[in-house]
Design a protein around this ligand. Structure first.
Ligand code: NAP
Length: 244
């Protein structure tokens, strides 16, 4: 039976991903900041295939404790979903740098720390997949939500860096956008996906990724988008000395 580890599992998309993976017959390690208060997640716990573990993205020692608790268990899919999504949309000149520092730690640095802490668990599995829920807000060229936007751009770069570092070990590292999803993080529009719809679309992609997909950014319909490589493709070395 394959194993998944999903962060930020107590609500929103993370909860829906746990439900989807369990329905698909997987064993799931679901992390939450405060498992005792994760009522909806605990409601799925009639299953002996669900283990709920504490982990706070702001507290790297809790990531190390998570690795210790797993004690070498293979992780086929390491799914980094949790993030600080609620943030103020400040105007230019009013940037909240303390908020930005918190978002950077939780949204970009912690997923890297998670990958470093659990790489041997992923390496010991059959599928060897890491997937990072990023956002298309990162590369979109409109002003607003600078703090969140910057951390999601950084996260996509982190996923690419991990892909480059671990390719020779046949470990896949990809990232993607879940769509516009009606959760606490995003006001529901009439055309927003439900968390269940987004999770099912993502779950058609994530467990089936192969090493050919490493370093890619996915939309939930399975199409791919560039992360950061267009500049290099257009002009490999940037400014160089003229020849001759
Ligand atoms: N919804 C969208 O339209 C949309 C679009 C693009 C990308 N995304 C991404 O999709 C993912 C899921 O988003 P969502 O819409 O489900 O958001 P959400 O409803 O706000 O859920 C966020 C999850 O992250 C957890 N979390 C927050 N801070 C944490 C911390 N310090 N340590 C551990 N967990 C923490 C939350 O737990 P608590 O309950 O403890 O806070 C919650 O489980 C995020 O990465 C988000 O950036 C969402």
């Amino acid at each position: 039976m394959p194993n998944a580890l999903i962060t930020g599992s107590n609500r929103g998309l993370g909860l829906a991903l746990v439900r989807t993976a369990l329905t698909d017959g997987w064993r799931v390690y679901a992390t939450a900041r405060r498992p005792a208060e994760a009522t909806d997640l605990r409601g799925l716990a009639g299953e002996d295939r669900l283990t709920i573990l504490p982990m706070d993205l702001m507290d790297f020692a809790s990531i190390d404790r998570l690795a210790g608790h797993l004690d070498g268990a293979p992780i086929d899919v390491l799914l980094s979903n949790g993030a600080i999504t609620g943030t103020k949309n400040t105007a230019f000149g009013e940037t909240d740098y303390d908020d930005w520092a918190d978002l950077s730690r939780a949204n970009a640095m912690a997923p890297m720390r998670l990958a470093e802490a659990l790489v041997e668990n992923v390496a010991a599995s059959q599928r060897k997949i890491m997937f990072f829920i990023s956002s298309r807000i990162g590369p979109n060229p409109n002003f607003g939500f600078v703090n969140y936007r910057a951390t999601k751009s950084a996260l996509s770069q982190v996923a690419l860096q991990i892909a480059l570092a671990l390719k020779e070990r046949s470990i896949v590292s990809s990232c993607g956008h879940p769509g516009w999803v009606a959760t606490k993080a995003a006001a529901a529009g009439t055309d927003a996906l439900t968390p269940g719809e987004s999770a099912q679309m993502l779950w058609r992609i994530i467990p089936n990724l192969t090493i050919a997909d490493t370093g890619r950014f996915f939309d939930p319909d399975g199409s791919t988008l560039p992360i950061v490589t267009q500049q290099h493709d257009a002009k490999p070395y940037g400014m160089t000395r003229p020849v001759g």
